[in-house]
Write a protein that binds this ligand. Structure first.
Ligand SMILES: [Zn+2]
Length: 282
């Protein structure tokens, strides 16, 4: 016996939800119609209400109840940095870390030639226009660590080049609960083999592992400054000093010299991971 047509239609509609196959959709439909009709009514009304009241922010395209969202209209946000994310979900994940104080632009998708997703579908022309009218110092591309995310990041770097804006790529996966780890070479961690392969002298600079990305020296501290908490004087100073890559390169040797001196005073021997002779004391 086939299901009544409206029930069949509901099952089909529930399947648009991510991760919901036919069986789950059937279970949901029966739950709503059989056992929980008041809740089903509330759900339908909630959906209509959200559809009516929530639209895209005029400036950043995120979901909002206002014409311009809370972040875009907050004068306390740093207007020199613009972070580009694939979806409002990614934006909220980044916000939840409390580490980023700039503004956003939401693409609502990532480039995918196979699925026919083009730059026009992603509001990239609107992004270029926004940057022409409201220039920023740095664009941080935080698209996902997938083929589509990489393609999008690459396309953006090219598309924004004529604007003369600095474009950086946020470490893969980091804002979405990825693990950050400073390599402690004395415990001989798995990353050491890769560090040695790259010829990085760990006595001369720290290495940061973020997801499957490795950063060394001033790049590590620049990446850390973008990712770490901005509370507390040290973190704020660190952010100010190193959020610009150029400034990170300039100040890093000073920081490194202080660290070297400190380790020397403490009588710590060098790790000499590259096994260069005569380099085993600070
Ligand atoms: Zn906005």
């Amino acid at each position: 016996m086939p299901y009544p047509a409206p029930l069949e239609a509901l099952i089909d509609q529930l399947r648009v939800l991510p991760g919901v196959g036919r069986r789950s959709a059937q279970r949901m439909a029966f739950q709503l119609l059989e056992r929980d009709r008041p809740q089903a009514q509330a759900l339908a009304e909630g959906l209509l209400n959200a559809l009516e009241k929530i639209s895209n922010c005029e400036q950043c395209q995120t979901l909002t109840e206002e014409t311009v969202c809370e972040i875009c209209s907050d004068p306390g946000r740093d207007s020199t940095a613009l972070c580009i994310v694939a979806s409002p979900t990614d934006q909220w994940a980044l916000e939840a870390t409390g580490t980023y104080r700039g503004r956003y632009f939401v693409l609502h998708g990532q480039l995918s030639p196979i699925d026919g997703v083009t730059p026009e579908d992603l509001a990239i022309p609107a992004l270029v226009e926004r940057l022409q009218h409201h220039p920023v110092e740095e664009v941080i591309v935080a698209t996902n660590a997938t083929v589509e995310g990489e393609a999008t990041a690459h396309y953006l770097a090219e598309a924004l080049r004529p604007l003369g804006v600095r474009v950086t790529r946020l470490a893969q996966g980091v804002p979405l609960g990825g693990e950050l780890e400073l390599v402690d070479a004395r415990t001989n961690p798995p990353a050491m083999a890769e560090i040695n392969r790259r010829g990085w002298d760990i006595d001369e600079g720290m290495v940061l592992v973020a997801g499957d990305q490795l950063y060394y020296g001033s790049d590590a501290i620049h990446a850390l400054s973008l990712m770490s908490s901005r509370s507390g004087l040290f973190n704020r100073l660190n952010y100010w000093l190193f959020r610009s890559k150029g400034r990170a390169r300039f100040f890093y040797p000073i920081l490194r010299a202080c660290r070297g001196l400190l380790l020397k005073l403490m009588g710590v021997s060098r790790i000499n991971n590259l096994q260069v002779s005569g380099r085993d004391r600070f």
